[in-house]
Design a protein around this ligand. Structure first.
Ligand SMILES: Nc1ncnc2c1ncn2[C@@H]1O[C@H](COP(=O)(O)OP(=O)(O)OP(=O)(O)O)[C@@H](O)[C@H]1O
Length: 239
């Protein structure tokens, strides 16, 4: 269920609840607004829209990387923009997996160290190596990559390491931003199958951003970002 209606859904069933959110970048006079968006737990949505329509802005707000200037964003019932920066960072590490377009892995660290870092930020005491080994087969990665620096991996391998890192803390919500732009059609479909299998396994809610219309078929819910938010001129230059 995704809705922009005014009905009040059962709050406990929601992965995302946005209310009267506004945001503007410091150097910009445009104001982003989202009056209401509710997304039920377990949904998988394909969020699309033209370049510059606000897809990455939306993901950054949901991840708590950007903070709204007004309004409320709840992720699985937690009001994330009401948290201090350090608590928000901890919440993201523990509950939200993010796969960025450029993966944002630390190139000189090994695959193991990159994934360990994510567990460290979440203050998790899980057996990282054990969990990596569980994920390797699903992600079709060989055990030999574990100790390699990320800079020695192919783009496709880096992408799968980024998924591994995103799933290491068993996130409730997965945010994925244009991860397939550098892949051919075969690799892209393989990536999507792996991603969906990982979501099934973790019961995760997935918000997937892409320009690539070929990826729509993997999702039953297709949402234009323009139906969730709008941009207006912030004439005062501040909010
Ligand atoms: N750091 C920033 N500072 C100022 N303006 C920004 C910044 N990041 C994005 N914007 C502006 O916000 C608007 C939305 O950008 P956003 O990156 O969210 O769009 P998008 O839909 O993800 O685009 P794309 O598909 O090209 O990645 C654009 O007008 C963009 O210029």
């Amino acid at each position: 269920m995704t809705t922009v209606s005014q009905e009040t859904p059962n709050a406990e069933s929601l992965a995302v609840a946005m209310r009267n959110v506004s945001f503007s970048y410091p150097s910009s006079k445009s104001l982003f607004s989202c009056n209401q968006w509710d997304l039920a737990k377990g949904e998988r949505i394909f969020l699309h829209g033209a370049s510059g329509s606000g897809k990455s802005t939306m993901l950054n707000l949901l991840a708590g990387i950007s903070k709204p200037t007004a309004g409320e964003i709840k992720i699985n019932g937690t009001h994330i923009n009401g948290l201090s920066q350090s608590k928000r960072d901890r919440f993201r590490a523990q509950h939200i997996g993010v796969v960025f377009q450029q993966f944002n892995l630390v190139p000189y660290l090994s695959v193991l160290q990159n994934v360990q870092l994510a567990a460290y930020f979440a203050k998790s005491s899980i057996d990282v190596m054990g969990k990596i080994k569980e994920m390797l087969a699903l992600l079709k990665l060989s055990e030999a990559v574990i100790d390699k620096p990320v800079s020695d991996l192919s783009v496709g391998q880096r992408q799968r390491v980024a998924i591994m890192r995103a799933f290491i803390n068993t996130p409730d919500l997965l945010l994925v931003d244009e991860p397939t732009s550098s892949l051919d059609a075969n690799a892209r479909d393989g990536f999507m199958r792996m991603l969906m299998a990982m979501c099934d396994r973790n019961n995760a809610t997935l918000i997937f951003v892409s320009h690539d219309e070929a990826l729509r078929e993997h999702f039953s819910l297709h949402v234009p970002v323009s139906s969730l938010c709008s941009w207006s001129s912030n004439v005062e230059g501040k909010v």
